[in-house]
Design a protein. Sequence first.
Length: 60
Amino acid sequence: MEKLVQAVQNFWYDEAGATAVEYGLMVGLIAVAIIATVQALGGSLNAAFAAITAAIQAAL
């Protein structure tokens, strides 16, 4: 019985899984922030690349 209690206590206080979940949440939030930034700046980036492309084509 003592082994069972010890096993349950070890499982309960083990934080390795919680750390992995926390890192997963951080990665997910960073991905959402990157996606939101790209969507917000997408129009202006597209216009900038179009202007650069036009300038290069005009120079050639």
